[in-house]
Design a protein around this ligand. Structure first.
Ligand code: NAD
Length: 331
């Protein structure tokens, strides 16, 4: 499978939280050329401003829904990272566009990758493909249970299942290698406010820096699995290089309650404040869960990947980035 060193890669959705971090890793790993393609529908050019100072890296404004715009960048590419996607919040705001991007977008990427002889496609999927997680531990064989999911998550999760199905189809019919990476909640440098759980963290940071208690909606025992963005970017590169095709959970494998998250955040901020508890009135509420148990054993065995940055260290890095953005007047 394509080695990173010396080769050319395209990141579709390159101005995203994840795409920009994959771009950084690719450059650090010695990629010969990195093209960050994005139509800036959601992402921001500021996420890639440091990267494009490297002469191997180009930002290309382009739309994956226009298949013709993918041909030139994919020509001669060893691999493509398809990161572009609409999360639950943007999906709720614009379901037509969200479904187009999450379904037609990956279909275009796979088709042009096939035509242009790209070696492998790494697709950004989600643990949303399980819907309500029931199996413990939650392996890649767990079924999709969408009973009780709100429409945003049902549409988002369904669109990722279709995306994975298209990857499987191209693999079987045309031999195109792929990896579908099912992420839990991403957080870290270049954090945005498009994912509901990570947004709660950024909101809590804003309050702490304003000298106010961070707010916890509900009793804070609801758990999530937060995985640090650098670990996820590393997983993308390892999946690109691995001699394997298939789907992999990419998560911390550790359930973290919101109470624990806020405690880690307060510590990272060096704050003595204590949380304030309020009723949960989230508009795109995830189902309340107290146990997830995401298994990352398959990624360990087949990709050699496991998470390295724990929540305490990850929060320190997120706070350092948020504080720096604030100093630049951008957060
Ligand atoms: N953020 C999370 O917690 C999370 C969790 C699980 C899975 N994921 C998946 O991982 C991927 C990356 O997440 P993220 O948070 O970095 O996303 P993001 O919202 O930061 O970025 C999505 C990017 O796609 C771009 N885009 C949208 N439509 C496009 C089009 N037609 N052509 C080209 N670019 C287009 C946007 O401008 C944006 O830069 C997504 O596919 C998402 O569904 C994210």
């Amino acid at each position: 499978m394509p080695a990173i060193n010396g080769n050319r890669f395209v990141v579709v959705g390159g101005a995203s939280l994840l795409g920009s971090n994959i771009g950084r890793r690719l450059l650090d790993a010695g990629a010969g050329e990195v093209i960050l393609m994005d139509n800036l529908a959601l992402g921001s050019a500021s996420a890639v401003e440091d990267l494009v100072t490297d002469e191997r890296c180009t930002f290309l404004r382009g739309d994956m829904l226009r298949m013709n715009e993918l041909h030139d960048p994919f020509e001669g590419a060893s691999g493509v990272f398809n990161v572009a996607g609409f999360l639950g919040g943007p999906m709720l705001a614009n379901p037509w566009m969200g479904l187009d991007v999450n379904v037609r977008g990956i279909q275009n990427v796979l088709e042009v990758a096939r035509v242009r002889g790209v070696g492998k496609v790494v697709f950004s999927s989600s643990i949303g493909v399980y819907g309500r997680i029931g199996d413990d531990p939650c392996t890649e064989n767990a079924p999709f249970d969408w009973n009780g999911l709100g429409p945003a998550l049902a549409l988002y999760s369904g669109s990722k299942i279709v995306g994975e199905g298209l990857c499987q189809l191209y693999h079987r019919q045309h031999g195109l290698a792929y990896a579908a990476l099912r992420y839990s909640n991403l957080y870290g440098e270049n954090q945005h406010k498009r994912a509901i759980d990570a947004t709660r963290i950024v909101n809590a940071w804003e309050r702490i820096r304003a000298g106010q208690s961070p707010v916890i909606e509900g009793d804070g025992t609801n758990v999530t699995d937060f995985v640090y963005i650098g670990d996820v970017a590393r997983a993308n590169l390892m999946a690109m290089e691995a001699d394997a095709s298939g789907a992999y959970n990419i998560a911390s494998g550790r359930d973290t309650s919101f109470n624990e998250l806020v405690a880690a955040l307060l510590k990272a901020c060096g704050s003595e404040l204590t949380p304030e508890y309020r009723a949960d009135d989230a508009k795109v509420a995830n189902p309340v869960v107290t146990r997830l148990g995401i298994s990352v054993e398959k990624a360990k065995a087949e990709l050699g990947w496991s998470p390295q940055v724990d929540i305490e260290e990850g929060m320190r890095r997120l706070v350092a980035w948020l504080d720096a953005e604030r100093a630049k007047g951008r957060a």
